[in-house]
Ligand binder design. Structure first.
Ligand code: NDP
Length: 339
């Protein structure tokens, strides 16, 4: 029987994740049943949405994590033993797994994962699994940016934001990012080619934003919500598109948050406002991944990863998304694949 360390969901957070939210435990895994895989978790993605799985909201796009269960996350895993004809021992797969050394997964709920030699395993997983498809689908299929238009991306130096902004640049747009520090703003303009970047913590944020968008906003790629979204809604042009990708400023609360206060502009500016859950578009991932890889190969798309070493780091790594400590895709690496 396989023994595995894991992070157990032990106490529902009132707001921010605390030291009591998770406990580091050991368990023996059950014997494999038909159709199941025993996997070694290699890399686990830390996603803003993980916090929502710990709440009590009824409206969620998937089953929340139950108290007492292992915490879940999207992961890159290697098959150790298989009771499915779909996967063999040694194969790499990705899908919803656990914050654990080993997990038992349903073979029907995972996908094979491969990556090119010129990308590291963690970086490839970071771009291709969730962040890249989210940025691609949200920006191109929903935002539909046209050359010469102005695009604003919030939480722009994060995993999804940095890719969404660069994809808008590839579409020929003027791209403005918002982020939480001068250093992150510098990264956006100096290294990723954003036309402007504004620190939302600055007192004169709204006037800086208006100055950076002198002819208004055509596409708003929203990752944050709250006051930042309202400032952007007030600058939208007629026929603008508002892509509701994420509302991270609200995830630490189970209460409904008032606003947006500038919703009025959805009529006055004839806006198209659309939210999405990227998991609904998994069938299109191969196409999106091909484009992402091509752009990366051509040096047109940059990406940075915050790699934490070891399963022990998981809670702290997740918290870094909420206290603005991350500057790129947050992943934890547990181990290398065995050949
Ligand atoms: P990021 O790498 O962007 O990290 C989150 C960032 O959000 C932080 O670095 C921080 O940056 C910013 N942030 C955190 N709290 C606040 C706050 N209260 N106000 C303003 N900014 C804040 O994470 P992801 O790329 O994983 O996720 C980005 C967004 O994309 C999230 O909203 C997430 O839910 C969404 N998403 C949506 C998907 C979908 O299917 N719709 C799929 C994947 C992600 P800073 O320093 O700038 O404050």
């Amino acid at each position: 029987m396989t023994q595995s360390r894991y992070w157990q969901f032990q106490q529902r957070p009132d707001a921010k994740i605390t030291d009591d939210t998770f406990g580091f435990e050991n368990r023996k895994l059950d014997e494999l049943q038909e159709g199941q895989l025993l996997v070694r978790n290699l890399v686990i993605s830390m996603d803003a949405t993980n916090r929502l799985w710990l709440g009590e909201r009824e409206e969620l796009y998937m089953e929340p994590v139950k108290l007492g269960d292992s915490m879940k996350g999207f992961g890159l895993c290697q098959v150790v033993a298989s009771k499915s004809r779909l996967y063999q021992e040694g194969q790499l797969i990705s899908g919803l797994t656990e914050w654990a050394d080993y997990s038992v997964l349903d073979a029907l709920l995972v996908q094979p994962f491969s990556y090119p030699d010129n990308l590291g395993m963690a970086e490839a997983f970071g771009v291709l699994s969730i962040a890249g498809p989210t940025a691609y689908h949200g920006m191109l299929n929903i935002g539909q940016p046209k050359p010469g238009e102005t695009v604003v991306v919030t939480a722009a130096s994060g995993a999804v934001g940095m890719l969404a902004g660069q994809i808008a640049k590839l579409s020929g747009c003027r791209v403005v990012g918002t982020a939480g520090s001068a250093e992150k703003c510098r990264y956006l303009t100096d290294e990723l080619g954003f036309d402007a970047a504004i620190n939302y913590r600055d007192e004169d944020f709204s006037s800086q934003l208006a100055k950076a968008c002198p002819v208004g906003i055509d596409v708003q790629f929203e990752n944050v919500g709250g006051a930042i979204l309202d400032h952007c809604l007030s600058l939208m042009n007629n026929g603008g598109r508002v892509v509701i990708c994420g509302l991270i400023s609200m995830y630490n609360s189970d209460q409904n948050v008032p606003g947006p206060y500038m919703f009025h502009n959805s009529i006055m500016k004839r806006l198209k406002i659309e939210g999405f859950v990227i998991l609904d578009h998994a069938a299109q991932f191969p196409l999106m991944q091909r484009y992402l890889l091509e752009w990366m190969d051509a040096g047109l798309l940059k990406f940075r990863v915050n790699l934490h070493e070891g399963l022990e780091c998981a809670p702290e790594a997740l918290r870094s998304l909420y206290n603005s400590q991350n500057d790129g895709k947050v992943l934890i690496k547990l181990t290398d694949p065995e050949s």
